[in-house]
Design a protein around this ligand. Structure first.
Ligand code: 13P
Ligand code: SF4
Length: 351
């Protein structure tokens, strides 16, 4: 049970000492999150991984995050994902075969290597980051998306943005790009379901991906909150739809959401549009400070893959390390890792 796992995790951590670093994303459940040595959003955690000297980096997050950590650490360091089934449905929406087909189809209309910078959200597989690295592109996170898109437009006139259409659209719109100049590439249709004219006129071509958790938040949830709480404030993650972000007072990454709500005056009520574990923790943290934090959706929506990492898997992973056995290691093959590292290092330099 969870209580016995707690003791096992604490004991294994003590035995491993400085050789171990546990990274925890803000969407992790409490019983896991409390054991993290470092917590943060995707950008902060990739920095922590890159700077870590630990032999073992146990990533309590999802698969693409552990891949990034492996790419940014030295070969003698091991990156471990406690449950191998902790993926990300959004990352799965952009597979390399579809992306390469899109690039070929684009080249029937324009020369993509001259005119299109491929930009992938960090929520993507390593081979897509590698694709971006090989084609002069870059990675972004929800924290740095605007600065990265500005850089991308300094390279080439258009951007092909993977996999989250909402982050791409919300960021592009915030930069002053009109909605008409952002088109969605539907990878289920020939030439993305777009005409040559639409492709030529577009500034941003958005991949048809989305987050299954954030799509549950709706504009009407905000309307109802505003009726209930006319002085309340709304804060949303940029993976939310355009309509939800437009109706929000603040849009930002998980780290930005925490920072903003923590800095608010007592008496403030917040409606928060992001994953439930983060919002619940923030609710309990802010309650004694007189700040009321509410979850945006009336139905429970958690990231089911983030939730896969449980105390049992964490305890099992750590005890194996104590016994000298590395289990569930994430290893990105060198031919994928090299160009992916280029795209990630570009991002870290620009940010
Ligand atoms: P950030 O923590 O970088 O805002 O990302 C949210 C997310 O969906 C991670 O998968
Ligand atoms: Fe992927 Fe959405 Fe879960 Fe983040 S919250 S890991 S984007 S499915």
């Amino acid at each position: 049970d969870d209580a016995s796992c707690e003791g096992r995790i604490v004991a294994a951590k003590a035995a491993l000492g400085e050789r171990l670093a546990i990274l925890g994303h803000h969407y992790q459940r409490d019983e896991v999150f409390k054991h993290a040595d470092y917590s943060g959003d995707s950008l902060k955690l990739s920095r922590e991984a890159a700077e870590s000297d630990a032999d073992f980096i146990v990533f309590c997050g999802v698969h693409f995050m552990a891949e990034v950590a492996d790419i940014l650490t030295r070969p003698e360091q091991s990156v471990i994902l406690p449950d191998m089934a902790a993926g990300c449905s959004m990352a799965d929406m952009a597979n390399l075969a579809n992306v390469e087909r899109a690039w070929r189809e684009l080249s029937e209309v324009l020369d993509p290597d001259e005119t299109v910078t491929p930009v992938t959200y960090i929520n993507s597989a390593a081979d897509l980051k590698s694709f971006c690295g090989r084609h002069g592109g870059v990675v972004c996170t929800s924290t740095n998306a605007r600065g990265i898109l500005e850089w991308a437009f300094n390279q080439r006139e258009k951007v092909l943005f993977f996999p989250d259409q909402h982050l791409g659209r919300n960021t592009g719109y915030g930069m002053g790009i009109p909605l008409e100049q952002m088109v969605v590439w539907d990878f289920d249709k020939p030439q993305g379901g777009l005409t040559a004219e639409q492709i030529k006129a577009a500034k941003i071509i958005l991949w048809k991906g989305f987050c299954s958790v954030h799509q549950m938040f709706k504009p009407e949830h905000i309307d109802r909150f505003r009726e209930r709480e006319p002085n309340g404030k709304v804060i949303s993650h940029p993976e939310n739809s355009f309509e939800v972000c437009q109706k929000s007072d603040v849009v930002g990454s998980t780290e930005a959401i925490l920072k903003t709500v923590r800095a608010s005056e007592p008496g403030t009520t917040w409606l928060v549009g992001t994953e439930l574990n983060l919002v619940n923790r923030l609710h309990h943290e802010m309650k004694p400070k007189g700040v009321n934090v509410q979850f945006m959706s009336p139905v429970v929506c958690m990231c089911s893959t983030m939730f896969r990492t449980d105390p049992q898997h964490l305890a099992w992973t750590l005890e194996n390390l104590v016994a000298g056995e590395v289990v569930n290691q994430i290893r990105v093959p060198a031919e994928v890792a090299e160009p992916a590292r280029l795209a990630l290092e570009r991002m870290l330099q620009i940010t």
